[in-house]
Design a protein around this ligand. Sequence first.
Ligand code: ATP
Length: 313
Amino acid sequence: MIETEHLGKRYGRIDAVADLSLKVAPGQVLALLGPNGAGKTTTMRMIAGFLVPGSGRACVCGHDVVRDPMRARRSLGYLPEGAPSYGELSVAEFLAFAARVRGVTGIAGNRRLDEMIERLQLQPVLAQSIETLSKGYRRRVCLAQAMLHDPPALILDEPTDGLDPNQQREVHALIRGMARDRAIIVSTHALDEVRAACNRVAILAHGRLRAQGTPSELEQQSRYHRAVSFRAPASALARELLGRLPEVDAVEVDPVDGRITVFPRDGHEIFGSVVKLLEEQHVRVDELQLERGRLDDVFRSVTGDAIDTRRAA
Ligand code: ATP
């Protein structure tokens, strides 16, 4: 439904996006991750037809965004970065305008408009001018605009940026609800958003695709995959003995919360031998856990950049 082939865009000497090939099928919600300046917005703007690709191509529902722009745009809903709209219009006026432009008219159109107003809980602010709205409401108005014509493909550039936790949860639920038969791309800096709303991940850095797969597949690439972590108050000896197990790569203690993590060597299964050793040494442990892997760890290793830890999983 959304496809790019060797997509690229250059600004002077900078490859904002280079050789990017992605496929998003109906039912898939792709999280586009990457540090600031990685090329997420440039990619989304090219797919949405707001920026002409420098190389390669992008298609929405089989329509090339350059050769068949009207059909491509008709199939797509787009929430641009920062959720821009017409500040001086009231919410009702703006949505009515967006509906007319999208050809969402007549009785069915009015019904659709009412449905979007209800789903995004815009009733209380319908008469208010957009420039006086809170950030959260502004984003919801723009989301309503993007979904008015019930498009089979959606591009959402940082849809929850600036929303409070309740509003974020609502948007995640909305995205999950829409995903059943749509192809959706969501860019985000919040790694917890990936588990909350997405079933595919692509990580960009310096305009290039560095990793892609399901969230679980990427988590399995992390050194935390199959690590065993626990809390234990006085266990220096046990820690040393754990470190000597042949299938253990390292034992680390978190300097902040004191949690101990035992990392496997070459993806070995170590849970059984770690538990056995702890029992033999009569170490009392709390919160023993087999780790599935961490997306923030993969992000860090494939991009080499610091992540936004404010909302990291
Ligand atoms: P962020 O997470 O900060 O939103 P991003 O991943 O969306 O970043 P882009 O906005 O796509 O990244 O930018 C990719 C690169 O292209 C950056 O180096 C940026 O400075 C550059 N860039 C983007 N737009 C332009 C432009 N109009 N002119 C020159 N350079 C640009």
